[in-house]
Ligand binder design. Structure first.
Ligand SMILES: *[C@@H]1O[C@H](CO)[C@@H](O)[C@H](O)[C@H]1NC(C)=O
Ligand SMILES: *[C@@H]1O[C@H](CO)[C@@H](O)[C@H](O)[C@H]1NC(C)=O
Ligand SMILES: *[C@@H]1O[C@H](CO)[C@@H](O)[C@H](O)[C@H]1NC(C)=O
Ligand SMILES: *[C@@H]1O[C@H](CO)[C@@H](O)[C@H](O)[C@H]1NC(C)=O
Ligand SMILES: *[C@@H]1O[C@H](CO)[C@@H](O)[C@H](O)[C@H]1NC(C)=O
Ligand SMILES: *[C@@H]1O[C@H](CO)[C@@H](O)[C@H](O)[C@H]1NC(C)=O
Ligand SMILES: *[C@@H]1O[C@H](CO)[C@@H](O)[C@H](O)[C@H]1NC(C)=O
Ligand SMILES: *[C@@H]1O[C@H](CO)[C@@H](O)[C@H](O)[C@H]1NC(C)=O
Ligand SMILES: *[C@@H]1O[C@H](CO)[C@@H](O)[C@H](O)[C@H]1NC(C)=O
Ligand SMILES: *[C@@H]1O[C@H](CO)[C@@H](O)[C@H](O)[C@H]1NC(C)=O
Ligand SMILES: *[C@@H]1O[C@H](CO)[C@@H](O)[C@H](O)[C@H]1NC(C)=O
Ligand SMILES: *[C@@H]1O[C@H](CO)[C@@H](O)[C@H](O)[C@H]1NC(C)=O
Ligand SMILES: [Cu+2]
Length: 807
């Protein structure tokens, strides 16, 4: 559940401060909670200590070697000092009329976000590929302008940095918008953390407290002893110039498990909340058991009439709790197989610049509030393949016979992937030998650092990358690959983002989903999901996640070739006058933006290859990289969504290709949900017929899942099958497979029962660390959550711990 307090826009702290939560869930309590202690003890017992190898290298000293990045990371984050200087400068600008967040109410202007501005590619290339100076650095600032009856979010840029009181200026950030409006978006949530609840939703909750007590023994009135909750649709309905919300009652879990999204109660009410004056907001009706009542009186009268059908409540139980339950599986209390890095890490990291080198790969890591982690300047064997690779937006579009499910289409960058990219759990989210990086985000004049929130590690797959056997020899090569990973818990859902790099020059981009589903009350909605618990429907929804892939294949002049396998009937000189039913290849190019939005072909029959038409290999074939689905992908099933209108056109196709433009850096804006008819970025407007042959191209690809939760999604969806991915693979890019270069392969020659040769190609096996298993299991008591540094007033020497989630 992404409860929407206006706020969240950057802004967890406001969520925590602002949203009255009768059931405050301190992350501290939760994370330090039960279970951990027993687990730790169990691990100690099962740890076997062996010290018969080389004592000089320890398996835990496996961290990546430090390295100096060849160039500064121009996509990186602001330093603490830079962020603090920008904030101080902003508060000194009288025209911005800002109030410090701690003192601000719903009618004050505040700073929501201060982060680095991504440089224009045009300026960046001269630096990363040449000898030009780095592009000037600017800060991207988002202001929450609420001191007005027409509140807006304003994107501005401040710079150049470092701040200089005489030369630094700000101006509206307009160029990434497709909408012509000076870098501002209306704010429909300006009162969502205050008046909406205190003067509206809880008042309505109180007005039916007798009914909610009678029906389910709950009250939702904004009191400390509330036993239920009220929240509703996102985005709000924006029809006919009215702003309409539907809200529903939800049961609270009985403990700290985050199960509220599994506890819908089936009563909904509709409000017209247009404008900022709650006294003119109106209650438009109630829905219960598929019957609409046009006033509270009408609902109340029906409720207390004979024959009124009352349905039961969804109540938390073990079915909604994630702790171990059920009989312990055979031998499962013994420690499972695990991976180690016996010679330490085989890669290098510049932690300051977030620059990584592994084997022939290198890249920089960026991190943004809206979209979390992104990779830049991805090079293989010294040549850039991809300038920018990163998430743009994630949509979860629900459907249902009830207005809450029907009205829910989360556009998650509104909440942000950055603020919820929490600390990873060593040995669980990533192998215990992984190297970690911190990330940080700005909120309410503080910078929060998620410690260890990006992990980097090598992994050897459970299948080899190559093998072949004959009567004389067998040849087989280990499939060791490099992984960069982060996880963002956006409300009820946990998205795991993984990028993997392989020896054959291929890259995999994957997302997995776990956490709690958002479910529906089961009543008259068989066509929208499975019946999965007492009064519970696993509410159907589409996940669509858009990624930007700015390929630069052997330069920026790229084209997209389509090569299809098609059935054919052919006659050949040798077929003696008869025809043969067979198949052939048909090649074409995506010529321009009128034909550059399409889906994966049925039966995978069309290859999509990014090529450089000026770069042919020695055999005359175009050198390129092919883009292909890895596991299932999805685009949005709903056509012309009533919820989204023009706010998520990027979700309409699997693959969409545009000409790279500095004015089109992102396919979506974090506040598209605030004005769905006229969103700040309407992706469909990127397509204006421009030529796509031998141009700098951007491919926008969608990952996703059509999710119809079943009983196996209780208590949580599982990563095994809630999974989507795409791959990029060399297509005639090299003259042969590049995995031949690794020494981690073997050839075994044998003859008539005798092994005659074991060739391990100079692998060194003598530098392994002591297999001291106990310390290979990380000390999970070091899991601390986020660390926070106050920026205004700047207090860099007094960090404190605070971790806030949406719920
Ligand atoms: C500045 O903001 C305050 C609220 O913080 C508001 O009362 C005042 O009218 C605003 N001033 C201007 C000039 O907009
Ligand atoms: C710049 O302005 C800020 C805020 O008014 C002030 O604190 C700072 O001392 C000024 N710096 C310089 C170099 O004048
Ligand atoms: C954008 O707005 C400006 C100022 O309001 C106006 O002059 C211009 O014509 C508008 N452009 C478009 C394409 O609507
Ligand atoms: C109703 O809820 C209260 C707590 O809010 C609890 O004490 C009481 O036992 C419940 N009554 C029933 C009938 O479950
Ligand atoms: C909840 O608190 C309110 C106000 O403190 C009180 O009037 C009410 O009786 C309480 N309800 C329950 C069920 O304890
Ligand atoms: C509500 O419905 C009743 C009966 O259908 C109708 O008489 C009444 O006018 C309606 N009221 C409103 C405010 O629409
Ligand atoms: C992450 O932050 C923690 C706490 O501030 C710090 O101790 C650690 O060195 C940081 N890690 C990296 C890789 O910068
Ligand atoms: C890219 O193509 C354009 C013409 O389409 C050409 O002028 C330019 O020289 C090419 N650039 C490179 C690096 O080949
Ligand atoms: C989308 O739906 C709206 C409302 O039903 C309709 O006005 C509009 O014409 C539709 N657009 C398309 C492209 O079908
Ligand atoms: C980046 O490109 C946009 C669009 O061309 C331009 O308006 C803006 O000034 C550029 N930014 C910088 C820092 O040059
Ligand atoms: C294989 O080895 C066996 C004895 O180990 C021998 O009898 C036989 O002749 C050998 N066959 C060949 C083809 O060398
Ligand atoms: C242990 O490893 C070090 C460095 O890798 C090596 O120099 C040394 O000879 C090894 N010692 C033994 C006993 O294998
Ligand atoms: Cu789902």
């Amino acid at each position: 559940m992404r409860l929407l307090p206006a706020v969240l826009v950057g802004l967890l702290a406001q969520d925590v401060l602002g949203r009255p939560s009768p059931n405050p869930k301190s992350s501290w309590v939760r994370k330090g909670g039960r279970g951990k202690r027993q687990l730790h003890a169990a691990l100690k017992q099962s740890a076997e200590v062996r010290r018969d190898v080389n004592e000089t290298a320890s398996c835990t000293e496996a961290l990546a070697a430090p390295i100096k990045a060849p160039k500064a990371n121009i996509w990186g984050q602001l330093t603490n000092d830079e962020a603090a200087s920008v904030v101080a400068w902003l508060f000194a600008q009288e025209d911005l009329n800002l109030t410090v967040s701690d003192d601000a109410g719903a009618w004050d202007n505040t700073v929501l976000l201060v982060e680095s501005m991504i440089p224009n590619k045009t300026d960046a290339l001269g630096y990363i590929d040449g000898c030009k100076a780095p592009p000037k650095k600017y800060a991207h600032v988002v202001l929450d302008e609420r001191a007005s009856v027409d509140p807006t979010y304003a994107d501005i840029i401040v710079g150049p940095l470092p701040i200089d009181n005489t030369t630094t200026t700000w101006e509206p950030l307009t160029y990434p918008y497709t909408k012509n409006n000076s870098g501002k978006v209306r704010n429909l949530d300006a009162d969502a953390d205050d008046a909406l609840y205190s003067e509206w939703l809880y008042v309505i909750g109180a007005s039916v407290a007798d009914i909610t007590l009678d029906l389910w023994n709950i009250t939702a009135m904004g009191l400390d002893n509330d036993t239920g909750d009220i929240w509703g649709i996102d985005p709000l309905w924006q029809d006919d110039d009215r702003i309409i919300r539907w809200d529903a009652f939800w049961n609270y879990p009985e403990d700290d498990f985050d199960a509220e999204t599994l506890l819908p109660l089936g009563l909904y009410f509709m409000s017209d909340v247009t404008g900022r004056d709650p006294s003119v907001w109106s209650l438009e009706g109630w829905l219960y058991n598929n019957i609409f009542y046009n006033s509270t009186d009408a609902f109340r009268e029906a409720y207390f009439s004979p024959g009124f059908v009352k349905n039961g409540a969804n109540v938390e139980g073990d079915w909604a709790r994630t702790d171990q339950q059920g009989e312990v599986l055979p031998k499962d209390d013994a420690y499972p197989p695990t991976t180690i890095a016996p010679t330490g890490s085989r890669f290098s990291v510049d932690a300051e610049e977030k620059y990584v080198e592994w084997m022939d790969w290198s890249f920089y890591i960026g991190f943004k509030r809206d979209t979390g982690m992104a990779l830049y300047d991805i090079r293989y064997k010294g040549k850039r393949l991809i300038y920018e690779l990163g998430l743009q937006e994630a949509l979860a579009h629900y459907a249902g016979n009830d207005p809450l499910q029907s009205g829910t289409s989360y556009l998650d960058t509104y909440y942000g992937f950055g603020p919820y990219a929490f600390e990873l759990v060593s040995g669980y989210d990533c192998p215990s030998y992984a190297t970690y990086l911190n990330t940080s985000f700005y909120v309410t004049e503080t910078v929060h650092t998620h410690i260890d929130s990006i992990c980097l590690f090598e992994f050897t797959g459970d299948y080899p990358i190559q093998r072949h056997s004959t009567s004389k020899y067998v040849s087989v090569t280990k499939n060791t690959y490099f992984v960069v990973r982060s996880v963002s818990t956006v409300g009820n859902y946990d998205y795991m983002f993984t990028y993997s790099f392989y020896f054959d020059g291929s890259i995999a981009v994957e997302v997995r989903a776990s956490g709690y589903i958002q479910s529906a009350y089961f009543a008259n909605n068989e066509d929208y999901g499975f019946h999965i618990n007492d009064f519970l429907s696993g509410s159907m929804h589409d996940h669509v996640l858009n990624y930007k892939v700015d390929f630069d294949i052997l330069g920026t002049n790229n084209s997209v070739q389509l090569m299809s396998l098609v059935p054919a009937t052919k006659e050949y000189p040798w077929s003696k006058g008869k025809t043969r039913n067979t198949m052939v290849l048909e090649r074409s190019f995506v010529e321009n933006e009128d034909e550059s939005r399409f889906n994966w072909a049925e039966n995978g029959a069309t290859q999509v290859i990014v090529v450089n038409e000026d770069e042919k290999n020695e055999f005359g074939e175009l050198r390129g990289y092919r883009v292909l689905p890895y596991t299932g992908t999805a685009h949005l099933t709903v056509k012309n969504s009533s919820n989204l209108v023009n706010a998520a056109a990027w979700a309409e196709y699997d693959i969409q290709i545009t000409k790279q433009k500095d004015t089109e850096p992102r396919s979506a804006h974090a506040y598209n949900s605030q004005d769905v008819k006229d969103p700040p970025i309407d992706f469909a407007k990127f397509f204006d017929g421009e030529d796509l042959r031998s141009e700098d191209l951007v491919m926008w690809v969608n990952l996703g899942m059509h999710h119809v939760p079943h009983t196996g999604d209780l208590p949580n969806t599982v990563f095994t099958t809630a999974h989507s991915g795409i791959q990029f693979m060399p297509s005639n890019y090299f003259s042969m497979d590049q995995s031949r270069q690794t020494v981690n392969m073997v050839r075994i020659d044998y003859d008539n029962g005798t092994t005659t040769l074991v060739d391990t190609f100079g692998q060194k096996n003598d530098e392994a660390c002591a297999l001291d298993f106990e310390p290979a299991e990380p000390d999970l008591y070091s899991y601390t959550g986020d660390v926070v540094i106050r920026k205004f007033p700047y207090d860099p020497n007094n960090p404190y711990f605070e971790t806030d989630s949406i719920v």
